[in-house]
Design a protein around this ligand. Structure first.
Ligand code: GDP
Length: 196
């Protein structure tokens, strides 16, 4: 269980992130996937991650200190429809530098909207993570939006794609920030990651 969550710092430059002296996990996903809501649900702090960052805003790496013990990181989302080429490239440089060089990173959680068919942009990003050896797990979001059978079907479909690409099914969680579904399972998994 997370007892305390505090904002530490926002950065555009991965080299300026806090000293890598404690375990760290990060969240990333397509814009609007429910990342801020998930972070708020997990930490129990309503305004910790601001919901719905607008495309025009600076894209930031946000560090939160959890229980004075480990860092939770909110990474800027991908896939805004109206983002300029320049901005997209900046995002790619920043994210690849962070994900491949951050020495204390124990795992990144890639958020997937459980309502949708597998999206090309998510699959491409996951492919890249696999190629780079970035340790990731999947978090399916907004599970309250569809019936359980429909959500299960979508999740199964996505995991099938993962098996095709990687030859195995990654760790995964089905969540709803609205109903706190999956909160305990995901929190326990994170606690294990940061304790290793
Ligand atoms: P972000 O852009 O990935 O940070 O996404 P947000 O957390 O801002 O969520 C985008 C929209 O989806 C908001 O309107 C949220 O209220 C909604 N949303 C996020 N998570 C859930 C969820 O678990 N269930 C439902 N029903 N809506 C959600």
């Amino acid at each position: 269980m997370i007892r305390k969550a505090e904002f530490v710092v926002s950065n555009t430059n991965p080299a300026k992130c806090p000293k890598a002296d404690r375990a760290e996990i990060a969240f990333i996903g397509r814009s609007n996937v429910g990342k801020s809501s998930l972070i708020n649900m997990l930490t129990g702090v309503k305004e910790l991650a601001k919901t719905s960052q607008k495309p025009g805003k600076t894209q930031l790496i946000n560090h939160f200190m959890i229980d004075n013990r480990w860092y939770m990181v909110d990474l800027p989302g991908y896939g805004f429809a109206k983002v300029s080429k320049d901005k997209k490239e900046k995002w790619e440089v920043m994210i690849s530098e962070y994900l491949t060089k951050r020495s204390n990173l124990c795992g990144v959680f890639v958020l997937i909207d459980s309502r949708l068919e597998p999206q090309k942009i998510d699959l491409e990003f996951l492919h890249w993570c696999g190629d780079q050896g970035v340790p990731f797990a999947l978090v399916f979001t907004k599970a309250d939006k569809l019936s359980k059978s429909q959500t299960d079907k979508n999740v199964k479909g996505f995991l099938g794609k993962m098996e095709d690409i990687f030859g195995e099914i990654p760790d995964h969680f089905v969540t709803s920030s609205e109903k706190s579904t999956g909160k305990d399972e995901l929190t326990s998994f994170i606690e294990e990651l940061v304790a290793e």
